[in-house]
Write a protein that binds this ligand. Structure first.
Ligand SMILES: Cc1cc2nc3c(=O)[nH]c(=O)nc-3n(C[C@H](O)[C@H](O)[C@H](O)COP(=O)(O)O)c2cc1C
Length: 164
């Protein structure tokens, strides 16, 4: 699948069939994340990959809108040192992972991290060192349902040539 097709086909999935992911698939996803651009090339990120059912359940239970993490094949937690551009950097890595997941025919969903109070208890669950922020939690796995793309605003509506 080429990059543009993966970008166009990516959409959030909040139901997973519980099938596990191979370690090499998870490594491939994190590898896509670490290739994202970062401000001043600081690469402030660390990626915590969770696959244990118990821990997935505990993390899911702490979130507001991420209960489905419990049924995912894995959860990639994008963490960053609190640098000037940590949020942009962590989000760029997150999007890379979502697109890579689509290209690998996996389903995924971005679950909010940064700004959420539940990052503290989740940080404790994964032994996150002080000073590190959780930017996002990415649920990833398989789902047998037909893909239902999320409607997007039309290109003509959002595109402005030369001036707003
Ligand atoms: C910063 C951010 C936080 C999000 N947090 C959640 C979340 O906590 N739970 C969830 O189900 N979806 C979450 N999403 C996914 C969005 O709801 C989803 O991307 C949006 O509805 C558009 O759908 P699409 O991903 O299928 O294009 C988040 C997305 C972003 C970018």
């Amino acid at each position: 699948m080429d990059a543009i097709t993966a970008i166009q086909q990516r959409h959030s999935t909040r139901r997973f069939n519980g099938e596990s992911l191979t370690q090499s698939a998870l490594k491939r996803l994190v590898d896509a994340g670490r290739h994202a651009p970062t401000g001043r090339n600081e690469q402030p990120w660390e990626f915590v990959v969770v696959t244990q059912a118990d821990l997935l359940k505990q993390i899911a239970g702490e979130t507001e809108h991420g209960r489905f993490i419990a049924d995912a094949g894995g959860c990639i937690i994008v963490c960053c040192e609190e640098t000037t551009y940590y949020l942009e950097d962590g989000c760029a890595a997150t999007e890379n992972i979502l697109i890579a997941a689509t290209a690998m025919e996996l389903r995924s969903c971005w679950v909010a991290g940064d700004k959420k109070d539940y990052c503290d208890p989740i940080g404790k669950l994964i032994n996150l060192p002080d000073g590190m922020k959780i930017v996002s939690l990415i649920a990833v796995g398989y789902n047998d349902d037909a893909a239902v793309p999320t409607p997007k605003r039309a290109l003509d509506e959002v595109l402005h040539w030369e001036s707003f």
